[in-house]
Every structure is written in C-alpha cells, then in structure tokens.
Ligand binder design. Structure first.
Ligand code: ADP
Length: 221
C-alpha cells in the first residue's frame, strides 16, 4: 500500500524543561530506543553550534554584555538559521521524511524571555519560525526546580545567566502559562520529571511512539 503524504513526512519532536530537568539524558535514551526499532533519528539542540548560537552562548556566560531584547531576537534568528540553513536545516529534513529530535525550541524563548518582557512580544518575534515549523510534539519534562538545581550544582563549575533557583522557578511557571496560552495550536505532553530516569524514559517513549505513528505494541516496555 502506498504511504500517504502524512506518513511520508518526517516528525519534529522537541524537548523542553528547565536546566537539570533531564532533557539531554532523555534525548539520548529515546534515541537509542528508536534506533533499536531500526528507525533513524537526527538529534539537535538550541542555541545551535552555528555562528549565531555561539554568539548567544557568549552572552549567556556573560563574556559579551547584551540587552534581553537583543538576546531574544538573536534566539529567534538562530532558530531561523536552524530551520532553513542549506547545510542541515531542519525544515528540509522533515520534508524528506526524517525524524528530528531537538533539545529546546521556541517554548524556551517564551518561558525564559517572558521574565523580562511581555510573552506575546516573544511569541510574535518567533512567529516566522512557528510558520515554518511547529513541532509534532513538545515533551515538557516537569521536574521540581529545587531538585534540578541540586542535579546541576553537582556537576557544573560555572553557571550561566539563567541557572539560579528563583529564575528556574519562574521559568517553570512561564512554561506552564505558555502551554495553556497556546494549547489550541500545539501538542504538548507534560511528563513528571521527578521520577527515576527509567520511569521518565518509559513515559516519554509512550508519547513519542504515538507521535511517530508506530503501533504501541511494538514498544519494548
Ligand atoms: P538538562 O539537559 O535538562 O539540563 P540533564 O539531562 O543534563 O538535564 O540532567 C542533569 C543532571 O541530572 C545529570 O547529571 C543527569 O544525570 C541527572 N538526571 C537526569 N534525569 C534524572 C532523573 N530522572 N533522576 C535523577 N537524576 C537525573
């Protein structure tokens, strides 16, 4: 039977959460499980490793001084480059049937920058990006900020601008506000990130399998 256009199109799955919530751990775990099913997966992250992303990192570390509005627009520009650059732009990967998993996307901008400006402004600043590609699924790993702070405190010697406990609490609340605000346009799975890595992994696997349209009985729970 011929595959429909919808089946041939790839899938774009985004992981969101505050620092230390387990995004990179879970992306590695889900990628292995997907590969074990003989499916290909391309993983990527924001801010990107490209020129705009590296400028952003220097600003986050405090090496380059900036204003939050400038930073918010740079994030949107980095995201556009991530979507449409000729070499490895995500939009084309999705059009050619790839499964792409991304660590952070525009909900990060909404949650982090709404601390400094109206969230609507940030949503507007990302509207071109949203027009080019909305995730098929956003996985939000919802973990207690105190717990996340403990996790990252143990293995980081330097902290970036947003890695402070009060900021992490505010950002978590902003994420929840953004999900509520955009619930009619976005597919979001909120996963309890306080549980063990394996349990969090199983909950995520279940959601991801629904999105990539594989029968869930194939899943090796
Ligand atoms: P993020 O990418 O969201 O910043 P990481 O995946 O890097 O988070 O995880 C931060 C730290 O917390 C790592 O040391 C990781 O091993 C640990 N960690 C991740 N998930 C859990 C979990 N469910 N329980 C306990 N520790 C975890």
């Amino acid at each position: 039977m011929e595959k429909s256009d919808e089946q041939q199109r790839g899938r774009f799955i985004v992981f969101e959460g505050i620092d230390g919530s387990g995004k990179s751990t879970q992306i590695q775990m889900i990628s292995k499980r997907i590969q074990a099913l003989n499916l290909k997966v391309y993983t990527t992250f924001e801010p990107t490793a490209g020129p705009i992303g590296s400028l952003i990192r220097q600003m986050l570390s405090g090496k380059i001084k900036t204003d939050q509005r400038t930073l918010a627009l740079l994030f949107a520009a980095d995201r556009m480059d991530h979507l449409i650059n000729d070499e490895n732009g995500i939009r084309r990967k999705i059009d050619t049937g790839e499964l792409v998993i991304c660590d952070r996307y525009y909900f990060s901008s909404y949650a982090y920058h709404a601390q400094y400006m109206d969230m609507e402004w940030v949503i507007d600043a990302n509207s071109l990006n949203a027009g080019i590609l909305r995730p098929d699924l956003t996985v939000f790993i919802d973990a207690d900020p105190e717990k996340c702070f403990e996790r990252i405190k143990n293995n980081r010697s330097e902290f970036e601008m947003y890695e402070k406990i009060d900021i992490m609490k505010n950002v978590r609340i902003n994420y929840l506000k953004a999900f509520e605000h955009l619930k009619n346009y976005e597919r979001i799975a909120v996963i309890d990130g306080n549980d063990s890595m394996a349990h969090v992994g199983d909950a995520i696997f279940h959601e991801v399998m629904k999105t990539i349209n594989l029968a869930s009985e194939k899943a090796d729970f």
